[in-house]
Design a protein around this ligand. Structure first.
Ligand code: PRP
Length: 223
């Protein structure tokens, strides 16, 4: 192995879920002195951003792909919502709750649909998160349901009678309110999490532990 390869191995690579979570994560990293000036240029079409002095690389990916990059070791560390971690169920370590992106995974529907959840009826459930929905209904509620996968605007499901209820993220609740729907049951709380590749955790234990400790201290301070 030549020297450049050895240097290459010293980089810690972060995969960030594109969008709000990535911006919040970068703000948090900046507070502990991890910056990436290259990433601030919004007009840039670059996909990978490097901080040479800290030997850190960042790339942005679609949220559901972040656990995939981390499981395969293409990224050592990922920042992604707990919803995605639960849905993708990849072989990664979840090491830190970053405390932002707080919301809830809920079963929602018209108020009248509440009744359907009480009697173990075979109902239709639309969701962007079929695995979370399946786990909740089959393993926690022991209710057999038909799950319909959608890719967004899931609230349409009950409105156009595609489904009886939905399993979806509720943050402020305004999408539900404006469409005459409500939370019927809470599945679990959600927030942004840091995940780590199991091999990276072994090979870079000190570096990753120190990063997690500094981030944890910053998060506690901010509360
Ligand atoms: C999410 C979620 C809800 C909405 C909840 O959708 O799926 O639709 O936000 O937020 P609220 O409680 O603050 O109204 P997102 O905006 O990610 O788009 P999507 O519907 O295409 O998934």
């Amino acid at each position: 192995m030549d020297i450049s390869n050895r240097n290459e191995e010293q980089y810690l690579t972060f995969a960030l879920g594109k969008g709000r979570l990535a911006n919040k994560a970068l703000e948090l990293f900046e507070k502990i002195g991890i910056t990436c000036e290259e990433m601030k240029d919004k007009s840039s079409r670059k996909l990978i951003f490097v901080n040479e002095s800290l030997k850190i690389r960042f790339f942005l990916a679609k949220g559901p792909d972040v656990p995939t990059y981390v499981e395969y070791g293409a990224a050592d560390i990922g920042i992604v919502g707990r919803d995605t971690i639960l849905e993708e169920n990849r072989n990664v370590y979840e090491v830190l709750d970053l405390g932002f992106g707080k919301c809830r995974m809920c079963v929602c529907g018209a108020p009248s649909a509440g009744e359907l959840l009480q009697h173990h009826e075979r109902i239709r459930v639309a969701s962007k998160y079929p695995n979370i929905a399946k786990d909740y209904f089959y393993n926690k509620k022991h209710q057999t349901v038909d799950i319909i996968k959608l890719n967004g605007s899931v609230e349409l499901g009950p409105l156009v009678e595609l489904s009886d209820v939905i399993v979806d993220i509720v943050e402020t609740g305004s999408t539900l309110r404006e469409n005459g729907l409500e939370v019927l049951e809470e599945v679990c709380p959600l927030s942004a999490r840091m995940i780590v590749n199991p091999v990276s955790m072994q090979m870079e234990t000190e570096r990753i532990k120190s990063l997690v400790n500094r981030l944890r201290a910053e998060i506690v301070n901010a509360v």
